[in-house]
Design a protein around this ligand. Structure first.
Ligand SMILES: Nc1ncnc2c1ncn2[C@@H]1O[C@H](COP(=O)(O)OP(=O)(O)OP(=O)(O)O)[C@@H](O)[C@H]1O
Ligand SMILES: [Mg+2]
Length: 503
């Protein structure tokens, strides 16, 4: 019979200015997959960090395998068989895959690192998980999705009996997600208890036995998955009923704002041509690695262009670096918020002020503090960013709230084109709708919105027109009315014969 392997009772945790967890109870059985759900900032990651010894609890009790653990720490958690895959990637980018997998528990021989042995062992683990990555690859050279798979391999290599996955799929391709689900099914059969945190509620169907919902740091409900429904889960998370998942606004299409003509930039951006009109949202669909992010980066001037033109309001503009793009009214919300979108050690106010110093300094060259505070307060209010105050480090916010800060810093500029690269990754249902509303607001103001997303329902639900990319090229364009998942997928996989042979 199944039994509780984790029993958490009345646990509380405060950070300066926030009560992240308030008298929360939680339990986990062996052989079950439990989804821990809640809006951004609900306390999911904090609760799991307490269980895995990253944070100390303020009060309450934790029992693991029936044994009360007074002071959990990461070492004790590891000894007990608790492994955690953190929400934000935690790899050392300059080390190899094998070095990352064995970090802190390196294999040695005669007091020396046994590199060969570690590579062999890593290879075994990767192969057993069907992950096609060489153990000697430098992690920083891997795509985010592959890094995530290495993170998963690392957690599993410790023979975990309790496995916590904090948003494991947010950066995975659909094939990798399937592989992950196979791994989860296997671990479940072996009696491992799995805590699964995700904002992609649709995927729960395939794996989850039970859900526990937190809201504002409090326990709300535990339900068997088969006895509940998505709409019940969503209302428990939000504390209210949410009717429309994809709010769509219609407005008249204006003139052409931007044209990208014959753009080439590296292997993943080949002869890209498209137009963007005022008052429309254009989705860029495709599989991961199709060159969508690279295209947005080339347009925004992060990566060098080989050739091609960007025409704004009928005039060619020279964009060699992001500042040129910003000055011309093109802004980007990047895919990797931690690396490219935020200075995690700076306050929220500073993060929002940073790209807007030209507005905040005026002619004097001195930052106008009043304006700076107003700007931050407005972004926090408009996007409902959950935080104690705008002085806290951006890095201490919950994942979804960090994303909102990245969006928030562009709101006060008079932009012509706003590019969003996977803007709703890791964001809860209600906050997703806020982001869609924000895109719709931009659209209503006559701004052109470009929107990269890997989630088909979202791209079909929000865009007016969909461009599909595959292997660095645009393979088709669809009007939303005619778009179906099948049509998009077909275009997203129309590889050239030549490239298919190569891969
Ligand atoms: N290290 C920290 N310092 C200060 N505040 C923190 C810290 N970690 C978390 N918090 C705060 O605790 C609350 C709960 O955050 P937590 O990260 O647990 O949320 P979450 O449910 O995982 O959200 P998300 O879905 O966005 O990842 C938030 O208000 C967050 O800002
Ligand atoms: Mg979290």
């Amino acid at each position: 019979m199944n039994q509780y392997i984790v029993e958490i009772e009345h646990v509380s945790k405060s950070f300066p200015g926030v009560m992240a967890l308030n008298d929360v109870s939680f339990n986990l059985m062996s052989g079950e997959v439990l989804a821990l759900l809640g809006e951004n900032g609900a306390g999911k990651s904090t609760l799991m960090k307490i269980l895995s010894g990253v944070y100390l609890k303020d009060g309450g009790t934790i029992k693991v395998f029936g044994q009360t653990i007074e002071e959990m720490n990461t070492k004790k958690a590891q000894e007990l068989g608790i492994a955690i895959i953190h929400q934000e990637l935690n790899m050392c980018a300059h080390l190899t895959v094998a070095q990352n997998i064995f970090l802190g528990r390196e294999i040695t021989r005669y007091g020396m690192l046994s590199v060969k042995k570690m590579n062999e062992e890593a290879e075994k683990i990767l192969t057993s998980l069907n992950i096609d990555i060489h153990p000697e690859t430098i992690v920083g050279d891997l795509a985010v999705s592959k890094q995530q798979m290495v993170e998963i391999a690392k957690a599993l290599s410790c023979n975990a009996k309790i496995l916590i996955m904090d948003e494991p799929t947010s950066a995975l391709t659909s094939k990798e997600i399937e592989e992950l689900f196979t791994i989860i099914h296997k671990l479940k059969k072996e009696g491992c208890g799995i805590v699964y945190i995700s904002h992609r509620l649709e995927e729960l169907e395939n794996i989850v036995d039970r859900v526990i919902i937190l809201r504002d740091g409090q326990f709300i409900k535990s339900m068997n998955y088969k006895d509940t429904s998505l709409s019940e889960i969503i209302s428990c998370m939000a504390g209210r009923e949410i009717k429309e998942k994809f709010p769509r606004v219609t407005c008249d299409l204006g003139g052409e704002i931007m044209e990208v003509r014959k753009l080439n930039a590296g292997r993943m951006v080949r002869n890209i041509n498209f137009k963007l009109y005022a008052g429309e949202i254009v989705g860029i669909a495709g599989l991961m690695g199709a060159g969508r992010t690279e295209t947005t980066r080339a347009v925004f001037g992060v990566d060098q262009k080989e050739n091609g033109e960007i025409i704004l309001d009928g005039k060619p503009v020279k964009i060699e670096k992001p500042m040129d793009a910003i000055k011309n009214g093109i802004v980007l919300v990047p895919e990797d918020r931690k690396k490219d979108g935020l200075c995690t050690k700076l306050s929220i106010r500073d993060n929002i002020a940073l790209p807007n110093l030209d507005i905040l300094c005026g002619k004097t060259g001195v930052v106008n503090r009043r304006k700076e505070n107003e700007m931050a307060d407005k972004a926090i209010k408009d996007l409902k960013i959950k935080l104690p105050n705008s002085d806290v480090d951006a890095g201490s916010l919950s994942g979804g709230n960090q994303q909102k800060v990245v969006v928030g810093k562009w709101l006060r500029r008079r932009s012509r084109v706003v590019i969003f690269d996977e803007p709703t990754r890791g964001i809860d249902v209600a906050a997703k709708i806020e982001i869609y509303n924000l895109m719709n607001d931009l659209k209503k103001q006559g701004i052109g919105v470009l929107f990269v997303s890997s989630e088909m329902p979202e791209i079909m639900g929000i865009s007016d027109r969909i461009i599909v990319m595959c292997d660095g090229k645009i393979t088709g364009e669809l009007k939303t009315e005619e778009a179906t998942q099948d049509k998009i997928l077909k275009l997203a996989t129309s590889f050239d014969k030549k490239t298919e042979l190569k891969s």
